[in-house]
Design a protein around this ligand. Structure first.
Ligand code: GDP
Ligand code: MG
Length: 597
């Protein structure tokens, strides 16, 4: 396609502002799908995505639109992941586009996530087309939102497009605005091939499918290509686009977005952000912006039933086929047996994998407390990374310990500001900025990631009755007074419950955890001390008193079937527990470790 007829754009929106609905409308209006096929949202194709209303993987759709000027344009709509955990994928998707639609809910106004994404888009020199959506709502205040976009984001919104994606109002105007305002891509057909690898996924029929944006040159079937970062060579066997159904094409020229397959076995070989060129006469320089993605949050995943270990290994392997950004290695724990230590891009990523394992693979899992990656500088001058609190070396050998920090932007109606500031303060936050715009506060905090991985987001949502929004980015490592806290049940350390905490938080965390464990661990025939300790020093302690009598004792002489029933009940209860030494710890106890106030 001629460059002047191509438009590549993404849609930026806060969760629920109508990104998917608008995308569906654009597809429908341009004839990509019939009314019947539109019954489901097309771009969000995983169950979890639909339920949570967030996009996890980037998807792209090509639309043919005949504009009022009589010309037919090729519009490539790139859907970007909607969550901070996938910031790098977002940045690559944005780099594949020249413009963005900024969708803002006419009743809700600008929210934190909108801001973070729009600034990224501006950094990519995108032309931004504001779209004020949901104008059909009685609570819609489009003029107020227009002013908000100008005041808060600082872009011209005088020609914002007014839409109701739900009722189909203004869709034509959006298409015209895309054609008129978003610049066409640039690129040379005769130059050496440079195509950016935007995303990759595993398809059971096609194998690894790669989403690309051609910058220079031409991608064709039969071409021998090379991944410049991955250093591997492949033969292109399919070239095409999605409408959203797959359509094979003869080629992808400069400026175009589409997919290829090239007999690639594992997604791991197709790294997001890599540059694809030809083996012969290829480009000498890779495209800018490539980054190796590193997991930032780690936790252990163990089968509740030890017999499920092989099934867990197989299932994790299958998920990994489609997601090279999570890592896993085998781990064994005295309390939990064999399982895996897994690394994730963030908490949401962790939850997604965990949910898919239990939903799609029907596995009952125990998740240990998530931990961030610490950097230790040892007394002998060497450094090492700590992914698992259980691996913490003897503190006398540790000179300093550093932890990752984030910069968080919270956006909230000001009536919730007080408790939110307290929450941030309690989590060792450092306030950097506080501004008010239109009855809402925008507060910027620096926070240790460690304090956020537990339940920060849940707390924020409950404090603000769901109104506050939160966005963060990592800002590097900082030294901290960190210690390993052990939990001892019946005088034995339970490694799955050990965690790294800041010394100032240790007492509070320790007390909270032992109190909760006291509630969660059932009585036994003997007294069970539960302790939180740092080294040899016990910082919190509770005791579960012994059971007075055998539960069946009171049935003495009585009805035998009742006694049997009781015993059976006890047995059932046991199944969901982990034997630890001679103490049974129920599954909920491990999960409770994650939900600490
Ligand atoms: P996303 O999270 O940005 O992808 O948002 P969705 O497209 O999933 O929309 C979130 C919710 O808003 C859904 O229940 C939609 O039906 C609804 N919605 C989207 N657009 C409109 C609109 O123009 N008017 C109204 N009233 N509701 C809308
Ligand atoms: Mg959506």
């Amino acid at each position: 396609t001629e460059l002047s007829l191509i438009r590549n754009f993404s849609i930026i929106a806060h969760i629920d502002h109508g990104k998917s609905t608008l995308a569906d409308r654009l597809i429908q209006t341009t004839g990509g799908l019939s009314e019947r096929e539109m019954s489901q949202q097309v771009l969000d194709n995983m169950d979890i995505e639909k339920e949570r209303g967030i996009t996890i993987k980037a998807q792209t759709v090509r639309l043919d639109y005949t504009a009022k000027d009589g010309k037919t344009y090729e519009l490539n709509l790139m859907d970007t992941p909607g969550h901070v955990d996938f910031a790098y994928e977002v940045s690559r998707s944005l780099a594949a586009c020249e413009g963005a639609l900024l969708v803002v809910d006419a009743a809700q106004g600008v929210e934190a996530q909108t801001l973070a994404n729009v600034y990224q888009s501006i950094e990519h020199d995108h032309e931004i087309v504001p779209v004020i959506n949901k104008i059909d709502l009685p609570a819609a205040e489009p003029e107020k939102v227009r002013t908000e976009i100008e005041d808060i984001i600082g872009i011209d919104a005088s020609n914002a497009v007014m839409t109701s994606a739900k009722s189909g109002i203004g869709i034509e105007d959006v298409l015209e605005a895309i054609v008129a305002r978003i610049p066409p891509p640039v690129g040379e057909r005769d130059a050496a091939l440079q195509a950016m690898l935007v995303d990759s996924w595993y398809d059971p029929y096609l194998g690894v499918v790669i989403l690309v944006r051609v910058m220079q040159g031409v991608l064709k079937k039969g071409l021998n290509i090379k991944f410049m970062q991955g250093q591997t060579e492949h033969l292109v066997d399919r070239v095409g686009c999605m409408r959203p159904k797959i359509e094979q094409l003869a080629e992808l020229g400069p400026g175009e977005i589409g997919f290829i397959t090239a007999q690639i076995k594992e997604v791991e070989q197709a790294k997001v952000g890599d540059t694809i060129t030809t083996v012969k006469g290829g480009a000498t320089k890779a495209l800018p912006g490539y980054k190796e993605v590193q997991p930032v949050v780690f936790c252990g995943l163990f089968p509740v039933d030890a017999a499920d270990f092989d099934k867990l290994r197989e299932s994790i392997g299958k998920l990994r086929l489609n997601d090279a950004s999570f890592s896993f290695e085998m781990e064994s724990s005295a309390a939990l047996g064999f399982g895996f230590r897994c690394g994730f891009l963030g908490l949401l990523h962790l939850e997604i994998i965990q949910e898919r394992l239990s939903r799609e693979y029907d596995l009952d899992l125990i998740t240990t407390a998530p931990s961030v990656v610490y950097r230790l500088t040892m007394t002998d001058g060497t450094t090492q990374e700590l992914h698992n609190p259980a691996d913490m070396p003897d503190p006398v050998r540790v000179e300093t310990m550093e932890e990752p920090w984030i910069k968080a932007v919270i956006y909230t109606p000001d009536e919730y500001l007080g408790p939110i500031l307290k929450l941030c303060q309690d989590r060792r936050g450092i306030q950097r900025d506080l501004t008010y715009v239109a009855g809402r506060a925008q507060v910027t905090y620096e926070l240790p990631l460690n304090e956020v991985v537990f339940d920060f987001y849940d707390r924020l949502k409950s404090i603000s009755r769901g109104y506050a929004s939160f966005d963060y980015q990592q800002i590097g490592l900082r030294q901290g007074d960190l210690v390993k806290m052990n939990i001892l049940v019946n005088n034995e350390p339970v490694d799955a419950l050990s965690m790294i905490v800041h010394r100032s938080q240790a007492d509070m965390r320790g007390r909270g955890l032992v109190e909760r464990l006291k509630e969660l661990i059932p009585r036994h025939m003997f007294k069970i001390p539960i302790q939180a300790a740092i080294g040899a020093k016990v910082i919190a302690r509770e005791t579960i008193s012994a059971m007075r009598k055998d539960v069946t004792a009171k049935c003495y002489g009585g009805d035998i079937s009742r006694k049997k029933k009781l015993l059976e009940k006890q047995k059932e209860g046991k199944k969901r527990m982990r034997e630890y030494g001679n103490v049974s710890i129920p599954q909920e106890a491990f999960i409770a470790a994650l939900r600490m106030g």
